[in-house]
Design a protein around this ligand. Sequence first.
Ligand SMILES: [Zn+2]
Length: 178
Amino acid sequence: MSEQCPQCNSPDGVVRVAESGLPELAPPPPPPVPGKAGKAGKRLRPWAVVVLVVLACLAVLGARSALTEDLSGADAAYQLGYRLGWTVFLLPAPLVWLLGRRTAPEPVGHRHAHTVWGLRMWVWEHARHCRSCRVAFWSPGVLGEGFPGTPGIPLHEFPLTVGALAERADGNTYAKHS
Ligand SMILES: [Zn+2]
């Protein structure tokens, strides 16, 4: 079944955008590779960075005073405690590191990106190209029952239009109006 161009009212030059071979009508770019986001997901939350910096400062200050203080009069056990006391500031560091890693929110953002991309691909697949007029268009009804169709879209506006139609389809605008 051939669809009709809204500009020349003819089905003669109409092809699927995938068959057009035009770079302007290329499919929407896929979301970032999960591997990359996984690495970004291991960064620390801001509060954890602050806590780690504070712990490190306390440890450095403690170590400095422990190593410079003159303890010649004190007994051996006291000296040992004093000299090694600063290390307690380092003990919570691994726990802070574990709790402070960004883990949970990343997959959610990813799923959303996939949904948005899936919608854009769906919109893109339904677009048609008229070779005679050099425009893209969507026929009435192809994106849902109430979808009114579009006029001929200039090729340079095609990617933006795909995004806008995907957003509207996400809110089920057409379904509500049908
Ligand atoms: Zn046409």
